[in-house]
Design a protein around this ligand. Structure first.
Ligand code: ATP
Ligand code: RIB
Length: 301
């Protein structure tokens, strides 16, 4: 069983289901409204745990109702949340999500407490990071703390997985220097590399851009097309499952969390792990909401 630590965001998600996305200046009626657990970090932790990884979380919430609701959800999953701090005078992160009838979404986030995870918090969780197989991070929380956590991991031979989402134009080179695997989607790949991925050649080129920065494994998720990998001289696309998507929120998070639960530290079973991640996220996209849509291992085997 893999041990997975996630450092990152916890959000209360508020979703509105609409027929079509509102245009600028337009007011429309939503046909449904619901709230659920979300945040890229928390979703990835839930996906890892539901696939039976021993999962630890480093994060921050505000001292408010949303914070206690979100941390209760994570501990009910069996995730170790001793690395989550509750901050006075801060609000818990929130995401406002609109999903249309095509399953497309648009998301606005308010980071709140997620921006206040500190490097010393990562330091005080050193022992847990060191006993992990993988540590995963995203870009919805304080980046200096992620750098600190990844440095601790690198020293201890723990594999680091960076999901550069939402995309940042300038990623600190200090972080990339301690990243073993990067997992962007197509848009994030273009923002980070300047290369629009449209075919095998551009995928290869983008992968080499990341390898030149010292990153060993590159995984580019391609939505309904699946995922491209490039590692240690091997590359290919593992196709997605053909399903009818109603809401793709947390598809990428499910993919990464599920993958981390089965991946070996030498990445030798990457193709098989991607197939597992594809299967997990193909279920997520057929359900509404972030955490409520993430499947359990029993549904996947
Ligand atoms: P999101 O931001 O919506 O959580 P993402 O943009 O980070 O997702 P995607 O590349 O869209 O990531 O999707 C991640 C994985 O989810 C894909 O590699 C694929 O396995 C699965 N997936 C996404 N969309 C679909 C779909 N329409 N049908 C089947 N599988 C899908
Ligand atoms: O990746 C999906 C997540 O992005 C949502 O749960 C929302 O909180 C936003 O952070």
């Amino acid at each position: 069983m893999n041990h997975v630590t996630v450092i990152g965001s916890i959000n209360l998600d508020t979703t509105l289901r609409v027929q079509h996305m509102p245009k600028p200046g337009e007011t429309i009626h939503a046909k449904e409204h619901f709230t659920a657990g979300g945040g890229k970090g928390a979703n990835q932790a839930v996906a890892a745990k539901r696939s039976d990884a021993e999962t630890y979380f480093i994060g921050a919430v505000g001292n408010d109702a949303a914070g206690s609701m979100m941390t209760d959800l994570l501990s009910q999953e069996g995730i170790d949340i001793s690395g989550v701090v509750t901050l006075d005078r801060k609000s818990t992160g929130q995401a406002f999500i609109t999903v249309d009838d095509e399953g497309e979404n648009s998301i606005t986030i308010f980071s709140g407490a997620n921006n206040d995870i500190t490097p010393s918090q990562a330091q005080s969780f050193k022992a847990v990071i060191e006993k992990s197989d993988f540590i995963i991070a995203q870009f919805e929380s304080a980046i200096n703390s992620t750098i600190e956590a990844f440095k601790i991991a690198r020293e201890a031979n723990v594999r680091t997985i960076l999901n550069p989402a939402p995309a940042l134009k300038d990623v600190p080179s200090e972080l990339l220097a301690v990243t073993d695997m990067i997992v962007p989607n197509e848009t994030e790949t273009e923002i980070l590399t300047g290369i629009k991925v449209v075919d095998d050649q551009s995928l290869e080129k983008a992968a080499n851009y990341f390898h030149d920065l010292g990153i060993e494994a590159v995984l580019i998720t391609l939505g309904s097309k699946g995922a491209f990998y490039h590692v240690n001289g091997h590359s290919g696309i593992v196709p997605a499952y053909r399903v009818k998507a109603v809401d793709t929120t947390a598809a990428g998070d499910t993919f990464i969390g599920a993958l981390s639960s089965v991946l070996t530290k030498d990445f030798s079973n990457l193709e098989e792990a991607i197939r597992y991640g594809n299967r997990a996220s193909s279920l997520t996209v057929q359900r509404f909401g972030a955490q409520p849509s993430i499947p359990f291992k029993q549904e996947l085997i």
